[in-house]
Design a protein around this ligand. Structure first.
Ligand code: NI
Length: 171
């Protein structure tokens, strides 16, 4: 089921999320809905707070061509970051049509729990590394525009406020 995506500014996008204590049926349905919502958007990553669920769950699939690789990461955390950084033009499904260069560690090692409750870990590079860091930021109440200067951030926020007013008016 596709769930509505919250648009910035929204207090739920600024709050740290709670760890998942147990993989329940509710968590499985959430993960499936988040993948459906991400592919429908379309996007390469989505974090639970973006659909209004304040839990540490993210989904991603950065494959552009070839068979999809839907990933579900529960309670993910970065356990190692490279000293080398790289810059990508990032966007966000909660900040539609706005893009900006963000510099982050080029490679990260991430540990998480999968939907079977099994511990997983992987070293991510390239777009995957950018994406997983962007999504983990969401779980900590942080958006990519928080890396920008205050003027750029305010400009984007005002555009989003306008977009939300227009959408509300259209009902
Ligand atoms: Ni995002």
């Amino acid at each position: 089921m596709i769930r509505p995506i919250l648009i910035h500014p929204d207090p739920r996008l600024k709050k740290p999320c709670d760890p998942v204590a147990e993989i329940t049926a509710e968590v499985r349905i959430l993960a499936k809905d988040m993948l459906d919502t991400m592919y429908d958007a379309p996007g390469i990553g989505l974090a639970a707070p973006q659909v209004g669920v304040m839990k540490r769950v993210l989904v991603m699939d950065c494959i552009k061509d070839g068979p999809p690789r839907p990933m579900v990461l529960i309670n993910p955390r970065v356990v190692w970051s490279s000293e080398e950084s790289s810059s990508y033009e990032e966007g966000c499904l909660s900040i539609p049509d706005q893009y900006a260069e963000v510099r982050r560690p080029a490679d990260v090692r991430v540990e998480w729990v999968d939907l079977d409750g099994a511990p997983q870990d992987e070293q991510f590079t390239g777009l995957w590394a950018t994406c997983v860091q962007h999504e983990i930021d969401h779980l900590d109440g942080k958006l990519f525009i928080d890396y920008l200067g205050p003027l750029k951030r305010q400009m984007i926020t005002r555009k989003m406020e306008k977009l939300k007013r227009e959408r509300a008016r259209q009902g």
